[in-house]
Design a protein around this ligand. Structure first.
Ligand code: OSB
Ligand code: MG
Length: 371
């Protein structure tokens, strides 16, 4: 695997796709998925990736405006013209700059796709993946109980492997009681997206009665320490999402008992190298991981599916069928789960191809580079 691929061209776009259903979580409501899309070209092939930050910094600190600034002003000028022998080269190129893991991830992920295509291998093969389909569940936004029950019915009918409910203070125990009354046996989890504080410990403890597989990110986005206090007071496992940006974060969180499960999002942690390092740390602690999502288009969705083929992704992920999110995606291939199993797209790289007719309708070119 000692070939090199030269980054000859780059195209940075902003895409805006309407969501079929507004997505409501504790921090706000999303009606559109708006994201930077990076296309790299070299040796007649194309590598693509999408970035996962929101327009405003309401999930983590990064914003699309900040990311575009860095990509245009620093990251891409450094990348263009480079001959890449492995995606690890990119990690080195971006190492001088702190944080901004989502902006770094889009570059690293596009290079992985390009590199895998240059070797004519599916990305999952290069990651050491062990399966050709991945177990998936659904993440359901905050909604009244009757709507939530209907959505669970639809998901159950489709065969999804677990239901994750978004919760918030005041929209928690009542919803859980109503859902458990109708669905006593389904695999159920909740995601608070940071809405609780240590002073809410008694509410969190009451969730023990609902036989949840885990409670995702109850406390602040930048907290690890206090999650350990919550974990010690609960029978239910804590799962960290926002708090885990790196393998070091994962190691610290597992060492102090702040979490028993980790949600890995390759776009949150800086790319596949860090995602793999987190996966390996968790395996060493016997902690399972699962692949989260950020309502990605088919491009990010395909990256996520390849990631989830790795051995320690033993809990169902959030990478459900693209048709649940969008009327028309920006790729040609349908990414549809069958009976809760999402097939890994075949073909080199991430295994999906951009639908430029659609892309033209829903995006604008921000800047292009030529070596
Ligand atoms: O916390 O996992 C999260 C979506 C946007 C921001 C944060 C989160 C989510 C999801 C959606 O849960 C998962 C998906 O269906 O892609
Ligand atoms: Mg989450």
């Amino acid at each position: 695997m000692s070939n090199a691929v030269k980054i000859e061209m780059a195209e940075l776009r902003m895409v805006q796709l309407p969501l079929l259903t507004p997505f409501v979580i504790s921090t706000g409501t999303m009606t559109h998925k708006t994201f930077p899309l990076l296309i790299l070209r070299g040796d007649g092939i194309e590598g693509v990736a999408e970035a996962v930050m929101d327009p405003l910094p309401d999930y983590l600190e990064e914003s699309t405006a900040g990311a575009l600034d860095l990509l245009r002003g620093a990251f891409l000028p450094k990348l263009i013209g480079q001959s890449i022998t492995s995606p690890a080269d990119v990690t080195g190129l971006l190492a001088p700059w702190r944080g901004n893991r989502m902006a770094k991830a889009v570059v690293e992920m596009a290079v992985w796709d390009l590199w895998a295509k240059s070797l004519n291998l599916p990305l999952c093969r290069l990651l050491g993946g062990v399966r050709d389909q991945v177990e998936v569940g659904v993440s359901l936004g905050i909604a009244p109980l009757d709507d939530t029950l209907k959505r669970i019915d639809v998901a159950q009918e489709a065969g999804y492997r677990r239901i994750k409910l978004k919760i918030a203070r005041g929209h928690d125990l009542g919803i859980l009681a109503g859902v458990r009354a109708r669905f006593p046996d389904i695999k159920l989890t909740v995601d608070a997206n940071t809405d609780y504080a240590l002073s809410d410990l008694s509410t969190l403890q009451k969730m023990d009665q609902f036989d949840l597989d885990y409670i995702e990110q109850p406390l602040a986005f930048d907290d690890i320490f206090d999650h350990a206090k919550v974990q010690k007071a609960l029978r239910t496992a804590i799962c960290l999402d926002e708090s885990i940006r790196s393998a070091k974060d994962a190691r610290v969180a597992l060492e102090i008992g702040a979490t028993r499960v980790i949600n890995i999002k390759v776009g949150r942690v800086g790319g596949f190298a860090e995602a793999r390092a987190i996966h390996d740390v968790c395996a060493a602690f016997d902690a399972p991981v699962w692949c989260g999502g950020m309502l990605e288009s088919g491009v990010g969705r395909a990256h996520n599916i390849h990631l989830a083929t790795m051995a320690n992704f033993t809990k169902p992920g959030d990478t459900s069928s693209a048709s649940r999110y969008f009327e028309r995606d920006i790729i040609h291939e349908p990414l549809e789960a069958v009976d809760g199993l999402m097939p890994v797209p075949k073909g080199p790289g991430i295994g999906v191809t951009l639908d430029y007719d659609r892309l033209t309708e829903v995006s604008e070119v921000i800047e292009t580079w030529q070596a």
